[in-house]
Design a protein around this ligand. Structure first.
Ligand SMILES: C[S@@+](CC[C@H](N)C(=O)[O-])C[C@H]1O[C@@H](n2cnc3c(N)ncnc32)[C@H](O)[C@@H]1O
Ligand code: SF4
Length: 325
């Protein structure tokens, strides 16, 4: 079970493609430490009862700005045996205590890197961020390698937002990330919901999707030779191809609540971030592993009552698997 948990809507960067860009006037809610710990206990019970591994993946906003992130991660990992991960812009990763706590507690860390230095820093409104990420990733990779089999094997990953103007840079970027010590690379196509003003001129075009489909197999082979996995299933590439042609892909039943959950900073639990408004269940209503096991039935009942708008053109990276090769 993968639990993607948005613990803060605050962010310190100004990414032109993102809904959490610090320049935007929008709500900036933050999760409560106690509430997160309470539901973490339920996830721990679920893992013990079912034997199914539960991975909690913090997201935001910038999740490493959430003040309780390391204390809560430690408790969920140590007391409940949950695996911990986060996706980060890397702005706090230069701090020795941040690196230490990640190495002690996290199983995975995903760094957002969108191109070579000039492109990345410019699209993220973050001069110097790329160099900072490079230094921190190398330091984490060195520490991971030194720990060897004795320590917690931190899986260093990177995620890139693919747009029309950075696609030509993607193959070289992947090799740079391999030099840094990253072992797994994923990509998103630029999504249009977050910043409708940025999307039309930066989105992937039909020729880009064709180029991507041709680029991935040999790049995957070349990276595999270096011990790096380039993710993105055939279904995921098909999803991108449909999007660039403005073709909708409707999904009528994605088995909501069975393998993947999304939680927001207000404690709403949904099958994915796109169905929050129609199908969320307050996490406070679930107090046991049994409650969590009954969630698919609850979502099914909600689905019968009301459809979710997003399902008529499902953008979920879990339904169209982003994380497998
Ligand atoms: C919303 S961010 C939050 C985590 C963290 N602040 C970061 O930048 O990694 C999560 C991921 O979504 C990506 N992202 C943000 N806006 C996007 C968009 N419009 N389309 C596709 N991916 C996007 C980011 O690059 C990042 O990898
Ligand atoms: S992509 Fe991440 S770093 Fe950039 S504005 Fe969004 S939440 Fe912040």
């Amino acid at each position: 079970m993968i639990v993607v948990w948005r613990v803060t809507e605050l962010c310190n960067l100004a990414c032109a493609f993102c809904a959490f860009d610090r320049r935007l006037d929008r709500p900036r809610r933050v999760a409560g430490r106690e509430e997160v710990l309470a539901f973490g206990r339920v996830l721990g019970d679920y893992q013990r009862s079912t034997g199914e591994r539960v991975m909690v993946s913090w997201i935001g906003g910038e999740p490493l700005l959430w003040p309780a992130v390391f204390e809560v991660s430690r408790q969920l990992q140590r007391d409940h045996g949950l695996s911990i991960s986060a996706t980060t812009n890397g702005t706090t990763l230069h701090r020795a205590n941040v690196q230490r706590q990640i190495l002690e507690t996290f199983s995975e860390l995903t760094l957002s890197v969108d191109g070579p230095a000039a492109f990345h820093d410019s699209v993220r409104g973050a001069p110097g961020n790329w160099a900072q990420l490079q230094r921190a990733t190398r330091a984490l990779a060195d520490a991971r390698d030194e720990l060897g089999v004795k320590g917690r094997p931190l899986r260093l990953r990177a995620n890139t937002v693919l747009m029309h103007n950075n696609l030509p840079m993607f193959a070289a970027l992947c090799h740079t990330l391999a030099d840094w010590g990253v072992v797994e690379i994923t990509f998103n196509q630029l999504g249009g919901r977050d910043r409708p003003e940025f999307f039309p001129s930066h989105r992937l075009r039909p020729e880009d999707a064709a180029q991507l489909a041709a680029l991935v197999p040999p790049l995957r082979d070349a990276l595999a030779q270096r011990g790096v996995k380039l993710c993105g299933s055939a279904a995921y590439l098909k999803r991108i191809e449909a999007s660039v042609h403005n073709q909708r892909i409707e999904v009528t039943d994605c088995a909501p609540g069975e393998r993947f959950l999304f939680l927001d900073e207000s404690g709403r639990l949904a099958p994915c971030s796109f169905s929050l408004d129609e199908w969320s269940v307050p996490m406070a209503e679930l107090s046991s592993a049994d409650d969590l096991m009954a969630l698919p039935q609850r979502f099914a009942a909600l689905r019968q009552h009301q459809s979710a708008l997003a399902c008529s053109d499902c953008p979920s990276t879990q339904v169209f698997p982003k994380f497998i090769a």
